[in-house]
Design a protein around this ligand. Structure first.
Ligand SMILES: C[S@@+](CC[C@H](N)C(=O)[O-])C[C@H]1O[C@@H](n2cnc3c(N)ncnc32)[C@H](O)[C@@H]1O
Length: 258
């Protein structure tokens, strides 16, 4: 962890404290370029603490990639929901206000945010992410990003857990969440989904295991939902029969009811 160029003492102190909580080394920026700092420290990526946000920065094929939390696509989906348009994920989850959702693949938190908005203040959304630096960036954003009131509240309500979802599911009591959700990286990426490419570079790409789906079914009170490419063989392999999704959409949602 380091800070942005020219960050003041306060940012350095906050970055240092966050690094200590996460158990990662803090390295003062000291006027260095990030590529030089990474190679000096022998690090693959840096968490960069700035006045506005926490980013994860790394280099891939010589190109700088930067992740930070932004509610972008979730915002658009929430606007559509407010305008009365159906959201396929919410339909597949049959999600209502007051429901509880375990999002087993938090990623950049977009699906969790839409779910949190719909579940509302009486509901609960817990997001599980295996890659700790990614979880740190998203959790920081969910705690600090400011949007209009209801959206900000929906962000703040999401609880972030750093864990492998299988291990975490095994620890949970039976029937403890209404919906358990998976959005693993698609086995065959959608062409032109450029925004997912850098996430694929840092995220956990192992396929979903059948035993994980079984563990999810125990934890779910109502249903387990899997997002994959439309027509993906993953649905049949993992036992999802009921499929939701627009006829022309790239993605589909498999549903397994209790
Ligand atoms: C396609 S992304 C999810 C995107 C997310 N739905 C969103 O709206 O931003 C998949 C995420 O799941 C995480 N993941 C994959 N396998 C996991 C596991 N076994 N336990 C926890 N997280 C996992 C990956 O690291 C990645 O961040």
């Amino acid at each position: 962890m380091t800070t942005t160029h020219g960050a003041g003492e306060d940012a350095a102190a906050a970055g240092r404290a966050l690094a200590a909580r996460m158990g990662v080394p803090f390295v003062p920026r000291g006027g260095h370029g990030l590529a030089a700092l990474l190679s000096r420290e022998g690090a693959e990526a840096a968490l960069v603490f700035g006045p506005q946000r926490l980013s994860l920065v790394f280099y891939r094929d010589g190109r700088r990639e930067e992740f930070f939390f932004h509610p972008g696509t979730a915002l658009l989906r929430i606007k559509n929901i407010l305008a009365g348009k159906p959201d396929q994920m919410i339909r597949a989850m049959a999600l209502r206000s007051g429901d509880t959702v375990l999002d087993c693949t938090l990623g950049l938190g977009a699906d969790a945010l839409v779910a949190s908005f719909v579940a509302g203040p009486q509901g609960r959304v817990v997001g599980v992410e295996k890659v700790a630096p990614l979880a740190a960036v998203v959790e920081y954003g969910l705690r600090h990003y400011v949007e209009e009131l209801l959206l900000t509240a929906a962000m703040r309500r999401i609880e972030v857990v750093v864990a492998d979802h299988y291990d975490y599911l095994l620890q949970l009591p039976a029937a403890s969440f209404d919906v358990v959700y998976f959005d693993p990286f698609f086995r065959v990426p959608v062409k032109g989904a450029a925004q997912v490419a850098p996430l694929r570079a840092v995220g956990e790409r192992a396929p979903l295991e059948e035993e994980t789906v079984r563990a999810a079914l125990r934890v779910a009170r109502r249903r387990v939902v899997l997002k994959e490419r439309r027509g993906s063989a993953e649905f049949a392999r993992l036992g999802f029969r009921e499929i939701y999704g627009g006829r022309h959409a790239h993605v589909a949602y498999g549903v397994m009811e209790k």
